[in-house]
Design a protein around this ligand. Sequence first.
Ligand code: LLP
Length: 464
Amino acid sequence: MTGRSDESGEPTATATDRGESVRRLDDWDGAFLRSLAAEYETPLYVLDLDRVRANYRRLASAFPDADICYAAKANALGDVLETLLAEGATIECASAGEVQRALAAGASGDRIHYTAVNPPERDLEYVLDVWADEPHLTITAGARDTVERLADAGYDGRLALRVNPGVGAGHHDAVRTGGDATFGIPADRLVGVAEFAVESGLDLVGLHAHVGSGVLDDEQVAAHREFVGRVAALAEDILSAVGPVDFVDVGGGFGVPYRESESPLDLDAVAGATRDALVGVDADLVVEPGRYLVADAGLLLTRANTVKETPGTRVVGVDAGMTSLLRPALYDAYHDIRPVAPGAADRDRVAQTITGPICESADVFCTDRPLPRIDREEPLAVGNAGAYGYEMASTYNSRPRPASVVVDAGSVSLARRRESIDDLTRLERNRADAGTERAPGAAERAADGTSPATDGGSSTEVDE
Ligand code: LLP
């Protein structure tokens, strides 16, 4: 689970020296989680910034010469971006919104890579506006068309080309990006687009590719090895056609174990394969981890509302659902779930189905999973929710998104208040203060059981 042994049986300088390479749900302190659920109420995202730092340092020590470019889409909370910027990361941004959040967290342009995936005009305009003040930012284009749009808009700044290397890997079909025609320039067109970019006056500084997300087991690591091999060959093609580039960015995809039975990623194997593949390529290495840095730094606290015995299964309804954490509904993703009451682990285990409060059959966190018998009103923790949790949350069924707290050097603070019903309606014509003519906060209490006094923000406040 942590360090491995060499032939002498002594632990080698691997994960042990870089901190625990995996954090399971059981490693969180139950009393601490109960106190958070009581104080901040549920559903509640909890993110441990010390763990984010430890994950960053472990990855950085496996890739000592690489620039680590954090994929903000995994968790774009300002505290996370600030923490990783302070560690030395650059930030990979998938939209104008993420660029704006990176800037707000203190990133200078040279620490921003904007990956333009089918970029809406509004995004390009915003990023070009930022570029006027921050000339060292990098734009990654995945289509000749995007290069053309940039050139037409007068962009002659730093450009990376994203290539589709034709091989993907990941935890689900929906995230095996590397082989998906949607993403990147087809490999056989890459040199032509590179020549076009240079002729158009853009400063071609990098080559980019991303294999997919959730590379973990040996088969996926092997696919990743093939992927970096292809990227290296494509980098050579670019070098001989248009000259050297500053960097080769091999994307993210570093997986974490969601199941107890899964082992952590063999980071040294992935780093070694990447180094070997790129050894002859005279360019800096960039990696773009998202999940690896934040997944096990976070969890979601929820509470059982309803317990129902049915002929087939015991159904436990909780106050978080697919609107708080979409991954189980979207990818059939596994997340560990535990009641956090004292002694809960010693209770009888029974098959339980955990559902959310959304009117959708897909609103299920797990089906018939053997878990300690859960009581109504007790708090539960859902593990590995730090990546692609809050970021993929929605307000479907008019369900406000959870609050988020961060833990930093042992102290807890509210990083983002709970959304309120008024937040949901304030963009509607003539609805800016919906709910406020009635008892302030009543709607929120009715809807999600929170109390505005403890969720860190007035339910009736309106920013605009
Ligand atoms: N770089 C690029 C260009 C990406 O598109 C992504 C993720 C990453 C880096 C970071 O990948 P990571 O290291 O986190 O695997 N919502 C899905 C994951 C989608 C990932 C999309 N792109 C999930 O919850 O599993």
